[in-house]
Design a protein around this ligand. Structure first.
Ligand code: HEC
Length: 124
């Protein structure tokens, strides 16, 4: 279930393979979100902790889609990262309500960025 970016030898992929890998990589955020919800509903804080750690690896991975010359996209990425850190902190307190609130805030950053990329017509 864990996506490990550093595993195995580095290979140079043809452009379309990079796009496919990037798409899967970006999409994995949704899987980690689901695991966070599962952890919240089953009171499994270890599951939430691991899911956020993996989600943060996605954000910091080199397949994360970057748009260097777009300050707004960079800001949206920062907001997402900040929300993930706050969620991680809430998990450490083992409060379901606190974690749920931070999870809600993280989800807002997902939707904000996705609305933005749709409006801009960014597509892989
Ligand atoms: C800062 C911007 C940004 C944030 C924040 C962000 N995403 Fe994404 N996401 C992207 C980009 C860029 C893509 C690739 C778009 C494409 O496929 O053309 C993507 C792709 C996806 C896809 C695949 C979409 C498709 O058409 O197949 C899903 C699902 C997704 N993200 C879910 C999430 C979830 C869930 C979160 C929050 C936990 C999130 N994203 C946060 C930028 C973002």
């Amino acid at each position: 279930m864990t996506w490990r970016q550093t595993e195995g030898p580095r290979v140079v992929l043809p452009q379309d393979a990079i796009v496919t890998a990037q798409r899967d990589f970006m999409r994995s955020k949704l899987m980690y979100s689901q695991l966070i919800l599962e952890g919240l509903t089953t009171h499994n804080f270890d599951m939430i902790h691991e899911a956020i750690a993996n989600m943060k690896m996605v954000t910091e991975g080199e397949l994360w889609v970057t748009v260097d010359d777009d300050p707004e996209y960079i800001e949206l990425t920062q907001a997402f990262k900040k929300a993930a850190v706050r969620l991680q902190e809430a998990v450490d307190t083992k409060s379901v309500d606190g974690t749920a609130m931070r999870f809600y805030q993280l989800n807002t950053t997902c939707i904000d960025c996705h609305q933005y990329i749709r409006a801009r017509g960014y597509k892989l």
